[in-house]
Design a protein around this ligand. Structure first.
Ligand code: CS2
Ligand code: MG
Length: 424
């Protein structure tokens, strides 16, 4: 039966005659720019002139997603009905032979996010109202305090608490290693993709395991327990090492210990769980609900950290959150600087609406990034507010973006003291 306002049309892309598109997509543009760091942005424009933005940034692999979008996805979008968000997701995911993986899921995410933006603008409503409306007053975020040593870390924690943060992630340099991932030169704007050819960091599990309990213990001793304290292991331990770390941090009352073991070693979480009550978060490199299934079903984690941009957009991230809620697992969306303001806005609209939101990562973008992507979200009192503009509330300044061309930039790699490769 035809939809309201629609009649069968022979013009629909591919296949038999379909219901006429309510809001046909006319243009799909992929914009690559580097205002402080690289971003890939998809802009869809409908026949009636509504535009929607989607983040398509995959750190260090940006051009792979740009090509995937331009060469394989964009041609299938022209003429498609922008109001068919779920169907477009199914078309791109279920319709595809090659599934999942970061490149594919980031491209799908960009399309999906742009379609939600368009829907919000058509309706004249911010996306979170379309997702069911507010479930909370604001989105609690955590900032990144880090220091070369414990003294610098304590200074940085103080800075974040003074700025009103209610939650702080603490990372510290490991004594005897010349650099440690997560510890940056610039304290407010952290950018890990620092060189065209990957920088080589040094790693020692033994030294790390000695340094962290002392550093986090010093944070609690100085600042007390009235704020959430988080720590990111960056996938670097074996399950028994992670179990030991989790146990040694129990007195610090962590909000979470993040990514204790490599993402492909999900069985390892069973062992960690048997040994420690420190809450566990993972998921920033997982790209679909199927990647999270065992972790959630077996309640091996407390927070799922998949993001809108790397896990299939608002549509799929919402599905992951709903699945996680069934098992009392909460969300803690990835929000490093490589997730653009478009992704951050999309995450905030979802965070504020879903029942099982836990916390949102918030690494501030540089001034250049914020200038290229004017946005309506705002930080106050340790929380972000998505704003009330229709859609996502983010635009892109094309002229300014063009002044920041793409520059190759990679994440570092990690070698042990004997020169062998260690997990990222
Ligand atoms: C980190 C990030 O934010 C985090 O939790 O793990 O620094 C992450 O490594 C980068 O976003 C990778 O692109
Ligand atoms: Mg992380």
């Amino acid at each position: 039966m035809p939809e309201a306002g629609g009649a069968p049309s022979p013009e629909a892309p591919g296949g038999p005659p379909r219901i006429e598109a309510v809001e046909p997509i006319e243009r799909a543009e992929v914009i690559v720019c580097s205002p402080g760091r690289n971003f890939v942005t998809l802009r869809l424009t409908t026949r009636s002139g509504i535009t929607g933005l989607g983040d398509a940034t995959l750190n260090g692999r940006e051009l792979a997603v740009a090509a995937y979008l331009r060469d394989h996805v964009a041609p299938t979008l022209i003429g498609r009905d922008a109001t068919r968000i779920e169907d477009t997701w199914q078309y791109l995911y279920r319709g595809g032979y090659w599934r999942r993986g970061p490149v594919t899921m980031t491209a799908i995410a960009a399309v999906d996010t742009a379609l939600w933006d368009i829907l919000g603008k058509r309706a004249g409503l911010p996306v979170h109202e379309l997702l069911g409306g507010r479930s909370r007053d604001g989105v609690t975020v955590y900032g990144h305090a880090n220091g070369e040593d414990v003294a610098e870390l304590l200074d940085q924690v103080a800075t974040y608490l003074e700025r009103g943060y209610r939650a702080v992630r603490a990372q510290v340099g490991v004594p005897g290693l010349r650099s440690t991932y997560g510890v940056s030169r610039d304290k407010l704007f952290y950018e890990p993709a620092d060189a065209a050819i990957p920088t080589e960091n040094l790693w020692s599990t033994e030294r790390y395991l000695r340094a962290i309990p002392a550093a986090l213990g010093a944070v609690r001793e100085r600042f007390g327990f009235e704020f959430a304290l988080l720590h990111d292991v960056h996938h670097r331990l074996s399950p028994i090492e992670a179990a030991r770390l989790g146990r040694s941090l129990e007195a610090c009352d962590l909000f979470w210990m993040e990514d204790p073991v490599p993402a492909e070693l999900q069985e390892g979480y069973r062992l960690i769980r048997q040994h420690t009550t420190t809450p566990i978060a993972t998921g920033e490199v997982l790209t679909s609900i199927w990647d999270c299934r065992t972790l959630i079903e077996e309640q091996l984690i407390d927070y799922i950290r998949t993001s809108v941009v790397h896990a299939g957009g608002i549509t799929h991230q919402r599905r992951i959150a709903a699945f996680a809620d069934t098992y009392r697992v909460r969300t803690g969306s990835h929000g490093a600087t490589d997730l653009s303001p478009v992704c951050l806005a999309a995450a905030l609209h979802l965070d504020i609406a879903i029942p099982n939101f836990g916390i949102q990562e918030y690494m501030r973008h540089s001034e250049e990034t914020d200038a290229v992507f004017p946005h309506s979200y705002r930080f106050a009192d340790g929380m972000l507010q998505p704003g009330a503009d229709p859609g996502l509330g983010v635009t892109i300044d094309d002229g300014l973006a063009a002044r920041f061309p793409y520059r190759p930039a990679s994440l570092p790699v990690n070698r042990r003291l004997d020169g062998s490769m260690h997990d990222w």
